[in-house]
Design a protein around this ligand. Structure first.
Ligand SMILES: *Cc1c(COP(=O)(O)O)cnc(C)c1O
Length: 374
């Protein structure tokens, strides 16, 4: 039966690759110490700047998104530092776990799953803990499909003046799909990864760093070597990387960024928004409920409640085996309770229609359309 259904890869990364990215990836190797490579890295970084919304430094690390998160922690946190982790789901919790592993004293500020962080509550928590040196926030929570209002959170932190903590943002599932304005919002370190809205295979984490962050990075006392941004900065002066980079992934990323520029960044954002709305409307017509409130529903990922009395893992498995539609399962406390449909990167109306058609087929066959309540 699988033959009848075209592959539809709708997991939140790795996402499908455009043909031209696949071609770029298959090019012959070059020396990573050659002028040719330096040009490639410099160009890729300058093409990344509008996605981050920064004029500042950008580093490309060969690692996954979590490696990028760890690099942000290792370079800003010293043992026994107090840090605030604002969590709206699994990826916020991951920041807390990494900060703990580096010996930080973590103040956890958690919001209910499907909700977003309230900027005033963030500010009040900092009032209660004025010695926090870093605030960690997830821009787009991939486990729930909710997008934080980073403009508001950033403004609330910027109001605290020059002694404010660094603001470190995980933008792994948003950058390239949802607008980001690092400089305007006062973010200090922002990380993303290649395999989500950037339409590139896994392997690269991209980190932007504000000028303001450097003294704390220089002074941090956490052990670091591979992820040492001080070393990355010295090499970046010559458009190079300290260690062997994933050259193929960089070829792909550079091409993907050209595609984004050709379509136009604003057009890319509008497409993501249009498709997200189309998906959520279609889901509701099928009687399926998105987890996140509409007011802050994500433009790149939608978590959907599993219909009552049904097994979330079985639905994910059947979608893959019978319909060749690959979606994400629930994570953490949402395991078995939701499944997640990614709509980031190389995605269009037809993809969304296909997802909705398959869900209709599945739920018609299994007669699940009754009683879909959380
Ligand atoms: C995917 C993701 C990560 C982790 O990325 P890996 O490449 O799997 O390590 C981190 N944060 C968010 C928000 C993500 O969506």
């Amino acid at each position: 039966m699988v033959e009848e259904y075209e592959l539809e890869l709708r997991i939140p990364g790795p996402t499908p690759l455009p043909e031209s990215v696949r071609q770029a990836e298959s090019k012959q190797m070059i020396s990573h110490r050659s002028p040719e490579f330096a040009d490639l890295l410099a160009e890729t970084c300058s093409k990344l700047r509008p996605l981050f919304g920064t004029d500042g430094d950008i580093f490309v690390l060969t690692t996954s998104g979590t490696g990028g998160m760890e690099a942000c922690v290792a370079n800003t946190v010293s043992p026994d530092d107090k840090v605030l982790v604002v969590s709206i789901g699994v990826f916020g919790d991951r920041f807390a776990a990494i900060a703990k592993a580096y010996g930080a004293e973590v103040v956890n500020l958690e919001f209910p799953l499907g909700q977003v962080a309230d900027a005033q509550t963030v500010a009040r928590t900092l009032d209660a803990h004025p010695d926090c040196r870093v605030v960690f926030v997830t821009h787009n929570e991939t486990s729930t499909g909710a997008t934080n209002d980073l403009a508001a959170i950033g403004a609330a932190i910027q109001e605290r003046g020059p002694d404010r903590p660094l603001l470190v943002v995980d933008a792994v599932s948003s950058l390239g799909g949802i607008e980001f304005k690092m400089d305007e919002w006062g973010c200090d370190l922002v990380l993303t990864a290649s395999q989500k809205a950037c339409m590139t295979p896994p392997g690269l984490a991209m980190i932007a760093v504000s000028q303001r962050a450097w003294p704390q990075i220089e002074a941090a006392r956490s052990p670091r070597f591979y992820f040492d941004l001080r070393m990355a900065r010295r090499y970046a002066e010559r458009d190079n990387t300290p260690f062997t980079p994933a050259v193929s992934a960089l070829y792909g990323l550079d091409r993907a960024l050209d595609m984004i520029a050709e379509e136009g960044l604003d057009a890319v954002y509008t497409r993501h928004e249009r498709l997200a709305v189309m998906l959520r409307d279609g889901l509701r017509q099928l009687g399926l409920l998105p987890l996140a409130d509409e007011a802050h529903a994500s433009n790149t990922i939608t978590a959907v409640y599993v219909p009552q009395d049904h097994d979330g893992a079985a639905i994910v498995q059947q979608l893959a085996q019978t319909y060749n539609l690959h979606v994400g399962g629930g994570q953490g406390a949402l395991k078995g309770k939701v499944f997640r449909i990614a709509h980031m990167g190389w995605v269009d109306e037809d993809d969304i229609q296909r997802v909705l058609q398959v869900l209709e087929d599945l739920f018609e066959e299994r007669d699940l359309l009754e009683g879909v309540t959380p």
